[in-house]
Design a protein around this ligand. Structure first.
Ligand code: ADP
Ligand code: MG
Length: 573
């Protein structure tokens, strides 16, 4: 085993030499209190930073075992440590010194959600594994050994001490973090017993700072959430704690209300309720069925061999919609395809917002039915399928719709957002529906027996040999991109991707699918299930050959969505 003196000696010998000499420091070095792994050495100061990992023995980190006895506790503790490490790096990191990334030490710090992440992981026995991106320092491509030594001995060590040793942590904050995570898991697990698909706790603060800043809006004018009496439920956890809030029942739920009254904000919070949020986020008591998926219009996306005939038939060009393929989907065809792909992948709650939907996919009113006869309209709007989807597949639909009351005929629940306050409007909506019949006729032809004919994922999908790469800047819209050879895979429509590390992990998930599971016989869903099973068994490290600190957990639903959006996707039926 290499002792740290060995690392220091190597550093001395390579000082001032060409950058390639850094290769000599790859390896494992025992510092006594921790083990340093230099897993990957960058080839050049301008290349992606080197990967450095630190393992702290359980006895040194000294975290209380009751906090990490189970997988949920380990995820929450590791997330807390990653946050403290990112903060400590802010204090102790001295930033770029020299060319390229020289002098940089970075950890992939989490955002508002507590995700399973590889920045810091906690092993069942209490070993802490923390992963850093390090720019090995150089000047004019020459090794700066002394700077490197101080980066390890002072900056990195200070971060380990402050952020990863229990005695230096705020124990109450750590306990609260873990408790918040566990509470959200427990609340989510209570939903089915109450017939709910989502729960928004009283006191929740839903609005965000901006469209590119997911932190809570801090403003006196924020209206805390308060359940309307008709939808007030109390969830009781095993430990006796009781949480009051609004339950969204299974079925078809409309969120209506005037413009700028908080409809989309509520919907977005519910959509994000698949994740657990950090204390102070404002959405700690918003939990949603873990299979909820936003379905939106994505005109321009490609579609491969999806049976969209439930919604679309008789396209003008004689396109077969039972095995629909296009390089350039319209708003409605893209939304129909996205919805059916999501259901095939296991979504049981569909979330739609009129802001991001194709109008003709949602509605077709009486007057339009008269002017454009059914024979000339390929689209069966969701309005005419919603009840069937619920009845036959048990799918719940949550829809924000301020612009049309036609859905009052099919909704189970109507919530009116009035100046950010939810009111029940189900009875009023029923009255309005009875008093003002829409006059429209349902145009839905009978649904086929098999809505999801098997789609086999062909290896030709991955014929382009160039590497899969994740380009995961999430801040600005439209930069959730994975590069697959010459194709860019645009994931901007996948709202549940909240962290760049998820996009990177998805790119690796595609690679795993390609290398191990897409044999030409398995369906898209089977391939996804095998990738997810591998992740469950081996953790996120199953995704990469070398340990990486930049991966976070994604759902099988997102992996299926990514595959379905590949422009190179080849499917056999
Ligand atoms: P809608 O979808 O009904 O048009 P939005 O949800 O987009 O409305 O909200 C409009 C604005 O109000 C947004 O800027 C949002 O951040 C803000 N907002 C939403 N909910 C609240 C709230 N509870 N308190 C204060 N401001 C809010
Ligand atoms: Mg809106």
């Amino acid at each position: 085993m290499a002792r740290p003196e060995k690392l220091l000696r190597i550093l001395e010998t390579i000082d001032g030499r060409g950058y390639g000499a850094y290769r000599d420091i790859a390896g494992r070095f025992d510092f006594g209190e921790f083990i340093l792994f230099i897993d990957h050495v960058q080839a050049d100061p301008f290349a992606a930073p080197s990967r450095v990992r630190v393992n702290l023995p359980a006895g040194i980190a000294a975290l209380p075992p009751e906090l990490y006895a189970d997988a949920a506790g380990r995820v929450a503790v590791a997330d807390f440590l990653a946050r403290r490490a990112a903060e400590a790096l802010h204090r102790h990191g001295r930033g770029i010194r020299g060319s390229g990334s020289s002098g940089l030490i970075r950890i992939d710090g989490p955002g508002q959600e507590i995700l399973e992440h590889t920045a810091v992981t906690l092993r069942p026995g209490g070993i802490v594994d923390a992963r850093f991106f390090v720019g090995l320092p150089a000047k004019n491509r020459r090794v700066l050994a002394r700077v490197c030594r101080s980066m390890i001995e002072s900056e990195l060590v200070a971060v380990l001490e402050e952020a990863l040793l229990y005695r230096n942590l705020d124990a109450d904050a750590l306990a609260a973090h873990v408790a918040a995570y566990r509470t959200q898991e427990a609340l989510r697990a209570r939903l089915p017993a109450h017939g709910l698909v989502a729960f928004v706790g009283d006191g929740a603060r839903l609005p965000r700072r901006s469209g590119v800043d997911d932190r809570p809006l801090e403003d006196d004018r924020v209206v805390p959430f308060r359940a309307p009496p008709e939808h007030r439920v109390v969830l009781t956890l095993d430990d006796g704690r009781r949480f009051a809030g609004m339950g969204i029942p299974a079925g078809i739920t409309l969120i209506v209300g005037g413009g700028f009254h908080g409809k989309s904000t509520l919907l977005r919070a519910i959509e994000r309720g698949i994740y657990n949020h950090v204390p102070g986020d404002g959405r700690e008591l918003v939990v949603t069925d873990p299979t909820a998926v936003r379905v939106r219009a994505e005109d321009g996306r490609s579609v491969a061999e999806v049976d969209i005939s439930a919604f679309i038939r008789n396209l003008p060009c004689g396109h077969d919609t039972t095995a629909f393929s296009t390089e350039l989907a319209s708003g409605s065809t893209s939304q129909a395809a996205g919805l059916l792909e999501a259901l095939a992948a296991g979504a049981r709650v569909l979330v739609l917002d009129e802001d991001t939907s194709a109008t003709n996919f949602l509605i077709r009113d009486h007057r339009m039915q008269r002017v454009v006869p059914a024979a000339c309209e390929p689209i069966t709007p969701l309005l005419d399928r919603a009840r069937e989807l619920h009845g036959r597949l048990g799918v719940s639909i949550l829809l924000v719709l301020g612009g049309s009351g036609d859905y009052f005929d099919v909704a189970d629940t109507v919530i009116h957002m009035n100046t950010f306050r939810p009111e029940d409007a189900t009875a009023r909506a029923r009255e309005a529906a009875a008093a003002l019949p829409t006059g429209r006729t349902s145009e839905a032809p009978p649904l086929g027996a098999d809505l999801f004919p098997p789609r086999r994922l062909l290896p030709a999908t991955f014929a382009d040999p160039s590497a899969l790469r994740g380009e995961a800047r999430l801040k600005a819209r439209g930069t959730r991109t994975i590069l697959l050879g010459k194709h860019a895979l645009d994931l901007s429509a996948l709202e549940p991707l909240v962290h760049p590390a998820q996009v990177t992990a998805l790119a690796e998930g595609l690679r795993l699918a390609r290398d191990h599971f897409a044999d030409g016989h398995r369906t898209v869903e089977e391939v996804v299930a095998l990738v997810m099973q591998r992740l469950d068994e081996e953790g996120l490290d199953a995704l990469t050959r070398r340990p990486s600190g930049g991966l976070a957990r994604f759902r099988g639903l997102e992996l299926a969505a990514a595959i379905n959006r590949l422009r190179s996707l080849r499917i056999a039926r």
